[in-house]
Design a protein around this ligand. Sequence first.
Ligand SMILES: [Fe+2]
Ligand SMILES: [Fe+2]
Length: 254
Amino acid sequence: MNVDALTPEYFADNPARDARFEVKERWIECPNLSGEHPQHQLEFFQRQMNEEVNSIESSARCLTDFPEADWELRLEFARQCADEARHAVMFREILESRGGHVGQFPVLNFQYRIITKCPTLVGRLTIQNRSFEAGGIDAITFGISAAKAEGDFVLAELYEAQLADEINHVRFANHWIRRFIAENRRCLLDIGAALTHASKAFLEVMGKEGTEGVTYPVDVTSRLDAGFTLNEIELDDLILATHPTAAASQPVPS
Ligand SMILES: [Fe+2]
Ligand SMILES: [Fe+2]
């Protein structure tokens, strides 16, 4: 398929992948099997496994690119790497236990490419943890209910374990973003620039096809647990209605 190249100002280079992986640039180049397709769930598991690896790589880059950051924040990134590695293994195991294999479907690395293009640490926390992962919380909560409704308790348990960790990742980001703002209000400009960059880049990767109709109800309880205030949740709810970055950071999790 011939597709336009992505705007280089919005995207870092792809992370390394071995020969098993077929890496695509845009959502429309992936199969995106419909919910009725027998391999729909396998495609999701493999894509999600790769997205978890993107999260490891992005958090690891926060360690290597910002060595001067507070030790407590660096410890959070190190813990996040361990959590995301556990998630990648969980998704690989469920993929293989249901007859799939690594490399079976193409993957995208848009998360890593957008996050690591951002030059500021507060911006990366905003994009990765407070936008992509906060959107992920809503998607996982939806996935837990859907899996239970289908009697798939193995998958529901996987999502529950993942959710507990993702709430933590969003919570530490909220804590540190507030601290950065309290220390220097100019970083609000960095946050705004990061959100604008992520929004434009995300829409370029996903296109209208990948974002239309992909929204999940806001999981208010988990978001409160993750350090959002009620005001922020209501504001996010409004943003989600018009702004797909957070809502569609995960494909339909079932
Ligand atoms: Fe994760
Ligand atoms: Fe995470």
